[in-house]
Design a protein around this ligand. Sequence first.
Ligand code: EPU
Length: 345
Amino acid sequence: MLVKDKDLTAHNTFGIQVKAKWLAEYDSEESLRDILRQVRTEHGNCSEAPLRILHIGQGSNLLFLHDYEGLVLHNTMRDLQVVEEAEDHVKVCVGAGMVWDDFVATAIARGWFGVENLTAIPGEVGAAAVQNIGAYGAEVKDVVKEVYCIDLQSLEPRTFTCDEMQYAYRYSLMKSDAYRGRFAVTRVMFQLHKRFVPRLEYGALASQAKALGEELTAMKLRNVIREMRDTKLPDPKVWGNAGSFFMNPVVDRSVCEALQQQYAHMPYYDIDSCHVKIPAGWLIEQAGWKGRNLGPAGVYERQALVLVNRGGATGADIVRLCETIQKDVQDMFGIAIQPEVNFIV
Ligand code: EPU
């Protein structure tokens, strides 16, 4: 379905009021191809510039800075097919438009494990595979086998294996300069386990889960995680937001050790022998920003990593807050923090 001059407020969880020149929702590879042909013709009749295309999921990791003068695509393929079943694992192929947490719920209900730590992360399956979503010691890359796409130029199908996706912390090939915006992810194949092996290494989770005793099930773990997230992360229906606004910076171990001389209680996570990750939320809180506002943009009072729309904020208001925080963190700690959220210009 193709709509012109479509308001995007409901398509971005920050609740920024912008419009798209075209918005198209597609429910099959063929309808995606038809839409692209149609819009290209319409666009070609009034402009010589290449057609701009933005593929969105639930819009939970986007910040629109202006109206979008191009085509916004949204996948509504939500089917799930079991493609292989073995004694210890199952492979399932899932439409990229399925709501991520519906997939987690379905997996647990059917006795498939590996995504329970990724409970209640906003967004859809396709975006999860592009962003390499992660939480509580797990990342989606651990269960992705293949990512099925349509090349938006040639309209040909293309499959990427997990290795080819070049996954890293909140990163995949689809986020590289060369590949960004070139493909629509239509389906993702996951390999899930049939035996539940709880992953509880993540600090805050370990203490919570221990309280549940021996009888820990994936469903109990899901509920614990949901409660932990609910207490720390704002509901976008109340305060527009896009989850973690910044990535946790990875720094040389020597930088961390030098800072520890001054900030003995600074939290950090080991990455490898030379690098550590420092929680950006801690840096922002120390810089005095937790719970503070700058115009209609603010820093959430229970998790400093989350920027919120206090009502009527524009993309520019959020960027102004982002840049002010970046500067203060840089001045105080000498560390550059980078947004995780995608700015759409
Ligand atoms: N911290 C503070 N002040 C704050 C927030 C955090 O001091 O306001 C400190 C905490 O005390 C803790 C550390 O920072 O020691 C880590 O905090 P938390 O456990 O809340 O996790 P995070 O590093 O802030 C990451 C992900 C989240 C994910 C959680 C849980 C990133 C950018 N964010 O946050 O992901 O839910 O871990 O695993 O890696 C998202 O991507 O949208 C998201 C919410």
